[in-house]
Design a protein around this ligand. Structure first.
Ligand code: OXD
Ligand code: MN
Length: 586
C-alpha cells in the first residue's frame, strides 16, 4: 500500500503499544468496505436497513454515556501552556503521551487495528492534507469512508513526505473517566481513547480539519474555519460564493442547502452547497480568498430534519448513509426521529435499543442523533465540489441567536472591523438547553471549541490574512435570523427566505444595495431587502433592522469583560475596534 518510511515506522510503533491481534490496511475499495460492514453486522455494531427504501444504509448505536463531543475531556497539548490559550484545556505533551500511553498499552489485544489513509481536501491540491487514522472500530472505518477521501489516493497524495496527521483511536472499554481527546499540534498528532462518538473519533473532522489545521494554517499562512460554503447562481449562470460561521443550533446545515423562495426560483436563481461545516481558505494566485470543503460527507444532526426544514439534507441520507442513535422503525426497517413527521412509528426501538412507540413522553432519538451521508447524494451539491482549486469567496457571514441586540443583517465597515464582529459572535441560551435562558455565550467565529491554539493569536492571524488580501478581501457581514417580538415569536421567517438577506449581501459585494451607516456598521435601507410574497410588514422589517444603542452599550461592556480573558495576547487592534464601538453607542 505504501512504502513511506515515516508511515511504516509510526504504524509499527503504535502497533507495538496497542498490541492488536491483526492489522488491516484500508484500501478504500467497495469490496473491502462491504466485508467490514458484514463483519460489523454479525456483531451488532451495524444493522442493515431496508434495502429498497434506504439502499446501502445502516443503523448504529453508541453507548448511552457517549453521545456527544466531550469538551471537558478535549485537550490541546502544546509544549507551552500559554500557546493553548484560555479557551482550551491544556495538558503537557509528555504527561499526555504518558497518561494515554498507559491507557493504550495493550488496548487492542484481541482486536483488529485498521489503518485508514485519507485526504482532507483533494488529491494533488495545495489545499489537500493527508492523514492516517489507526482505529479498532469498524464504525469509524466505514464512517471515515463517507466523510473523507480514503485509500490509495491518500498514499499517492502523501508520497514519501512526513507531512501527515497521525491519528490514533481506541475504543478501549468506553470508560467515561478515562476518555481523552488529545491534540498535539506541534507533532501533527491526535490520540483519542474510550469514545465511539463520531465527533470524538472521526479524527479527520473536528480534531484534524479544525483543531490541528487551524494551527497549521497559522503556521503556513492559511485558515481552517468552522464555516459552511454556498454558491448563489444568478440567471446569467454566474455564481458567487459565501462562507458562513454560526455556533451550533443556528441552522448552518439548513443555510448551506437552502431552497430559494419562489420569487428567485422563477427568475432562475440556484443555490449550490459546497460544504456544511468546515472551510479551508487560502489566498489564490489572483490575490482573492479561495475555499474548499475538506470533507466528503455530512455529519448532520437528525432531529428536526424534515422535508420542509431541509429537504436536501433529508434526500442526502436516502442511500449509503449511517444513522446513529435514531429510532429504528421495525415495521419497515427504516429510521425515524423527532421532527421528521408528527407520527412516531408504532413498533420501534429507541436510541437506547429499547422497545418504544412514542406514547410514553420520552424522546425516541437522542437529541444529538446523527446521519453520516455522502455529500454527493445532496441534490444541490455544487458542481465545484470536487474542484481541487476550490471556489473564490465574495463574502463571509458571522451570526448567532440574539433575541434583540443584533439586527437581521449588517455589514462591517472593513476587514478589521469584521474580525472584531466575528470575535464577539454570541448566542443567547434558549429554553431548549439546561440552565438560565437569555445568557450570552461568546463563541468567536464559532471556533471556541475548535481553535487549536491561543485565540488571541488566532484573531491576530485573521488580521494578518486581511493585510495580505488588501482590497481583494471578502466583505464581512453579521446575521441574526432569531430576533423576537414582544410576545417571544420569531419575526423573520428564516429557512429559504434567508436568501433574501444573502441577495443584499451579494449586492453589497458588488457596490450595490442600499445601506445606512449605524453605530455598528452598515444596515440595509428599508426596501433594500426584498419582502415580496412574505407575511411580514415593512414596519416589522424596519424593526428587526433597528440598532438599539442601549443594548449595544451593554453588549460592548460584555465584550470588554470577555476580551480581558485573553490577556496581552489579544491584538491591540481588537481593543481599538471595541473602543470605536463604545464611542459609537455612548
Ligand atoms: C458539529 C459540531 O458536529 O459543530 O458539526 O458540533
Ligand atoms: Mn460543526
Amino acid at each position: 500500500m505504501t512504502t513511506n518510511k515515516h508511515v511504516l515506522t509510526w504504524v509499527s510503533e503504535m502497533e507495538a503499544m496497542v498490541k492488536p491481534d491483526k492489522v488491516v490496511w484500508i484500501d478504500g475499495s467497495e469490496a473491502q468496505l462491504e466485508e467490514l460492514r458484514r463483519e460489523a453486522m454479525s456483531t451488532g455494531e451495524l444493522e442493515k436497513l431496508n434495502e429498497e427504501k434506504l439502499p446501502g444504509c445502516y443503523l448504529h448505536r453508541s453507548v448511552p454515556n457517549d453521545v456527544a463531543r466531550v469538551e471537558g475531556r478535549t485537550f490541546i497539548c502544546s509544549r507551552d501552556k500559554g500557546d493553548a490559550g484560555p479557551t482550551n484545556n491544556w495538558m503537557a505533551p509528555a504527561e499526555a503521551y504518558e497518561k494515554l500511553g498507559k491507557l493504550f498499552d495493550g488496548a487492542m489485544k484481541g482486536r483488529t487495528m485498521y489503518v485508514i489513509p485519507y485526504i482532507m481536501g483533494h488529491k494533488g491540491s495545495p489545499f489537500g492534507k493527508a492523514g492516517v487514522e489507526l482505529t479498532d472500530s469498524i464504525y469509524v472505518v466505514v464512517s471515515m469512508a463517507i466523510m473523507t477521501r480514503v485509500g490509495q489516493q491518500a498514499w499517492d497524495h502523501l508520497g514519501g513526505s512526513n507531512d501527515f496527521v497521525r491519528g490514533l483511536h481506541g475504543k478501549k472499554d468506553l470508560s467515561e473517566e478515562d476518555r481523552y481527546i488529545c491534540h498535539f499540534p506541534e507533532d501533527n498528532t491526535i490520540w483519542s481513547i474510550n469514545s465511539g462518538y463520531g465527533g470524538n473519533v472521526l479524527l479527520g473532522k473536528k480534531c484534524f480539519a479544525l483543531r490541528i489545521a487551524s494551527y497549521q494554517g497559522k503556521t503556513e499562512g492559511w485558515m481552517a474555519e468552522h464555516m459552511l460554503i454556498l454558491g448563489i447562481e444568478n440567471p446569467k449562470g454566474e455564481t458567487k460564493y459565501i462562507c458562513a460561521a454560526f455556533p451550533s443550533a443556528c441552522g448552518k446545515t439548513n443555510l448551506a442547502m437552502l431552497i430559494p423562495p419562489e420569487i428567485y426560483q422563477k427568475q432562475g436563481y440556484k443555490v449550490w452547497c459546497v460544504g456544511d461545516d468546515i472551510a479551508w481558505l487560502r489566498i489564490g494566485e489572483d490575490g482573492r480568498l479561495w475555499a474548499v470543503n475538506p470533507e466528503a460527507g455530512f455529519f448532520g444532526v437528525a432531529p428536526g430534519t424534515n422535508d420542509k426544514s431541509n429537504p436536501n439534507a433529508l434526500a442526502s441520507t436516502k442511500k449509503n448513509s449511517i444513522f446513529t442513535n435514531v429510532v429504528h422503525n421495525l415495521d419497515d426497517n427504516t429510521v425515524w426521529w423527532e421532527g421528521m413527521d408528527k407520527t412516531p412509528p408504532k413498533h420501534a426501538v429507541n436510541w437506547l435499543g429499547q422497545p418504544w412507540d412514542g406514547t410514553d413522553g420520552t424522546k425516541g432519538a437522542h437529541p444529538n442523533s446523527r446521519f453520516t451521508a455522502p455529500a454527493k447524494n445532496c441534490p444541490c451539491v455544487s458542481p465545484e465540489f470536487d474542484n481541487p482549486k476550490g471556489v473564490p469567496i465574495s463574502a463571509i457571514i458571522f451570526g448567532g441567536r440574539r433575541a434583540k441586540t443584533a439586527p437581521l443583517v449588517y455589514q462591517s465597515r472593513d476587514w478589521k472591523h469584521g474580525v472584531f464582529v466575528g470575535s464577539a459572535m454570541a448566542s443567547e441560551t434558549t429554553a431548549a438547553a439546561a440552565g438560565a435562558v437569555g445568557v450570552v455565550r461568546r463563541d468567536p467565529m464559532a471556533m471556541l471549541p475548535f481553535c487549536g491554539y491561543h485565540m488571541g493569536d488566532y484573531f491576530g492571524h485573521w488580521l494578518e490574512m486581511g493585510e495580505k488580501l488588501g482590497g481583494k478581501a471578502p466583505k464581512i457581514f453579521n446575521v441574526n435570523w432569531f430576533r423576537l417580538d414582544d410576545d417571544g415569536n420569531f419575526i423573520w421567517p428564516g429557512f429559504g427566505d434567508n436568501m433574501r438577506v444573502l441577495m443584499w449581501v451579494l449586492d453589497r459585494c458588488e457596490g450595490k444595495g442600499g445601506a445606512v451607516e449605524t453605530a455598528i456598521g452598515y444596515v440595509p435601507t428599508p426596501g433594500a431587502i426584498d419582502i415580496t410574497d412574505l407575511d411580514i410588514t415593512g414596519e416589522a422589517l424596519a424593526d428587526i433592522l433597528s440598532v438599539d444603542k442601549g443594548l449595544w452599550a451593554a453588549d460592548a461592556a460584555s465584550i470588554r469583560e470577555f476580551y480581558q480573558g485573553f490577556g496581552d495576547r489579544l491584538p491591540q487592534e481588537m481593543w481599538h475596534q471595541l473602543e470605536i464601538l463604545e464611542a459609537n453607542v455612548k
